[in-house]
Design a protein around this ligand. Structure first.
Ligand code: OAD
Length: 249
């Protein structure tokens, strides 16, 4: 393990064009559960949510019939005012040293930006903007923060439900994601953090890059793609980031 960490340190020290691909595991230390771990959201969502299956909370067809579970879950997540983790801050610090091409995140919690990262693409969208499902009017987070945090369904002046621009199952990922998939940013290292790599097409972005440049995957549990990586570390991300940050400073 120590040898592995030394090799990873060398990669981080030498790399000039980092690309990060992050998932829910980077935010668990901020108090936001991930999705598929034993204590993840899909197991925490219980019968009181009145869902046919847990993932339905993020399914667009289900949302159109019954948006209440999504807004109930959103209020739980947003009212906690989570703060970025050490690992978010480490990535932002690396960006400020001028060596990060892109942070591609599947997360909708906006914590990369809160930590100071700017080159972020949220491939599953986020709460920062919202769209009325009837008239298409756009609103910013501030405009619907109050109902979002209190678990109410935000309604447009036209009476339509205002849905945060989080990408649901059954919806297209942003066009920009497909641009990055076709033409990835400059990269000499891909660092994959806190994701089970279960959800496509987003995971494809990371796997394509890992086939071309050295890769480091840091995740508590094994994934189906460990064999495709140069280095795999099954460790808590904040522990990993702190050790590396100390040596790189
Ligand atoms: P998952 O819940 O599938 O995977 C999170 C991974 O992070 C797990 O494999 C954990 O072992 C790992 N993990 C958790 N805490 C960690 C920590 N402190 N340090 C290191 N690893 C840790 O979440 P994602 O892969 O992000 O999509 O899920 C992808 C997508 O599925 C989400 O964006 C969401 C979901 O359905 C939509 O809602 C569209």
């Amino acid at each position: 393990m120590a040898k592995e960490h030394d090799e990873i340190y060398e990669l981080f020290r030498k790399s000039k064009h980092f690309v990060f691909f992050t998932g829910a595991g980077i935010s668990t230390n901020a108090g936001i559960p991930d999705f598929r771990s034993p204590n993840g959201l899909y197991r925490l969502i219980d019968k009181t949510y009145d869902l046919p299956f847990p993932e339905a909370v993020f399914e667009i067809n289900f949302f159109r019939q019954n948006p209440e579970p999504f807004f109930r879950l959103s209020s739980k997540l947003l009212s906690r005012n989570p703060e970025p983790t050490q690992c978010h801050r480490f990535i932002a610090w690396l960006e400020h040293t001028g060596r990060v091409s892109l942070v591609m995140t599947q997360n909708i919690d906006m914590l990369h930006q809160k930590a100071g990262s700017e080159k972020v693409h949220e491939c599953h969208g986020s709460y920062s903007t919202s769209t009325c499902q009837d008239c298409g009017k756009k609103s910013g987070y501030d405009e619907i923060e109050k109902p979002l945090k209190s678990g109410q369904i935000p309604l447009c002046t036209c009476g339509g439900v205002i849905k945060p621009d989080v990408v649901f199952f059954g919806e297209q990922l942003p066009d920009m994601f497909y641009s990055y998939l076709r033409k990835p940013p400059m990269a000499d290292l891909i660092v994959i953090m806190g994701t089970s790599l279960n959800v496509f097409p987003s995971a494809q972005f990371a796997l394509d890059l890992a086939a071309r440049v050295p890769s480091v995957l840091v995740n508590l549990s094994p994934t189906n793609y460990d064999m495709a990586m140069t280095h795999v570390v099954n460790e808590d991300l904040d522990v990993f980031a702190e050790k590396l940050w100390d040596r790189l400073k």
